[in-house]
Design a protein around this ligand. Structure first.
Ligand SMILES: Cc1cc2nc3c(=O)[nH]c(=O)nc-3n(C[C@H](O)[C@H](O)[C@H](O)COP(=O)(O)OP(=O)(O)OC[C@H]3O[C@@H](n4cnc5c(N)ncnc54)[C@H](O)[C@@H]3O)c2cc1C
Length: 405
């Protein structure tokens, strides 16, 4: 196929994981692009996450896997415990021999630092305080309009603007809005130096505790820090006022009260928390289409996954790499074929993961003690039987930049 014309320009709305990674892949493919982010530099950064081996393989294709592993902590195992600390089941979190990369836990800020530094080194910049509010599609171009009255024009527009995507709402006003998964998320960071009770095995693992008062997870996050996250069922989401008024002390008091009887190091992790985050967990089961005309959705804008799947960031990275490859190999004027192929190839995988995230969220419901005992027995029996296969399916996915489409 003939390559896209060199004047071909991609406008990216959203400077999150998918937007930043897409810009790097487009640059690698020799395609011009510019990124427009609603907030200021790193203003949206909180919490942290685990990048699974499949996501780390995408970072490796950008030459960034080693930097990310060095900035974070390798999580070699997944260890599930009950509230008293008894191990229910422990499994390898992938395998470097098998999948090429480990799973790495780190703060969102650390990942953004690496992606933003790489963009800077390649001469690319993010345009901050540019909130997309309108899209004008014409026969031979598309214009993104921002709330400050400015606009920019390109050949295509990629909506990488996250779970509450304005691009999605403008493109498909009739599409389902993100659904509250009846799960509220609290999280925080504490220095490892204040947590002598956190064992070497816990530092090298993703630790999931399913106690009688709810689920809490924790792990090392690199840079001398540990992070924790609590997923609590709720019929109603946090209101905007509740989200805006979050204070470290308020979250600590609530969490200390709930988890005071849990095993070490959980009470200490909460007591030493320095930074907190509070969010409603939302997902999108399925959109009938991810593209219209010259506009395509990627990442959470197309397919928000519950954090329980531990895959949203990896899906955003996979999307960025695959779209970069498809646009690289698209013929002149055939971005539309690339968009169709992107949706057809990515949708089955991500929708299976969205469903998996919903299923895993259900295991975090608060149960009566006798129900929790049954859940623990079931987990001890069924997770070793089925988890290796479900991890394998997720982790073994690997794109090869040298392949042509
Ligand atoms: C609490 C929590 C824990 C998670 N844990 C994990 C985990 O362990 N592992 C994992 O893989 N995933 C995890 N995820 C999911 C992961 O964070 C997301 O799937 C991932 O960030 C999606 O990347 P994205 O680029 O699509 O969207 P985002 O990273 O959300 O980026 C979207 C960007 O678009 C910007 N934006 C929004 N609106 C506009 C607009 N109108 N104009 C311009 N810019 C706009 C936003 O400010 C943001 O910077 C977690 C999510 C949450 C909430």
């Amino acid at each position: 196929m003939t390559q896209l014309p060199t004047s071909f320009h991609v406008v990216i709305a959203g400077g999150g994981i998918s937007g930043l990674a897409l810009a790097l892949f487009l640059n690698k493919a020799g395609i011009s692009c510019s990124i427009y982010e609603a907030y200021g530099y790193k203003a949206t950064i909180g919490a942290g996450f685990n990048i699974a081996p499949n996501g780390m393989n995408v970072l490796d294709a950008l030459g960034l896997a080693e930097k990310v592993a060095a900035a974070g902590a390798v999580s070699e195992e997944v260890c599930m415990r009950n509230g008293k600390g008894k191990v229910i089941v422990s499994l390898p979190n992938g395998s470097v021999e098998k999948y090429g990369q480990p799973g790495v836990s780190l703060s969102r800020a650390a990942l953004y630092d690496i992606l933003l530094q790489e963009l800077k080194d390649q001469g690319l910049t993010v345009h901050y305080h540019k909130r997309l509010c309108d899209i004008r599609q014409a026969e031979d171009n598309v214009t993104a309009v921002f709330t400050d009255g400015t606009r920019t024009t390109g050949d295509v527009l990629i909506g990488a603007d996250g779970v509450h995507s304005a691009t999605r709402q403008l493109l498909f006003p009739e599409a389902p809005t993100p659904a509250f998964t009846c799960m509220k998320n609290y999280g925080g960071f504490a220095p490892l130096s204040a947590l002598p009770e956190m064992t070497a095995q816990e530092i090298n693992s993703l630790n999931f505790t399913f106690g009688n008062d709810g689920f809490i997870g924790y792990c090392a996050a690199g840079n001398g820090m540990a992070m924790w996250w609590s997923n609590l069922p709720s019929d109603v989401p946090f209101t905007k006022e509740e989200l805006d008024s979050t204070t470290v002390e308020e979250v600590k008091t609530l969490m200390q009260d709930r988890y005071k009887n849990y095993h070490a190091p959980i009470p200490a992790l909460i007591a030493h928390t320095e930074k907190v985050l509070k969010v409603n967990v939302s997902d999108i089961a399925s959109l009938s289409s991810w593209h219209k005309g010259r506009v395509l959705l990627i990442g959470d804008a197309a397919h928000a996954v519950s954090p329980s799947a531990g895959q949203g960031a990896s899906m955003a990275l996979e999307d960025a790499m695959y779209l970069g490859m498809l646009l690289r190999d698209a013929g002149v004027g055939s971005y539309a074929a690339a968009f169709r192929k992107f949706e057809a190839d990515r949708k089955p995988r991500v929708e299976k993961i969205v469903a998996e995230g919903r299923r895993r969220s259900r295991s975090k419901n608060i149960l009566r003690p006798w129900q929790a005992k049954i859940r623990d027995w079931m987990m001890a029996i069924f997770i070793p039987l089925f988890a290796p296969k479900s991890f394998d399916w997720l982790y073994r996915y690997k794109l090869d930049w040298q392949m042509k489409y």
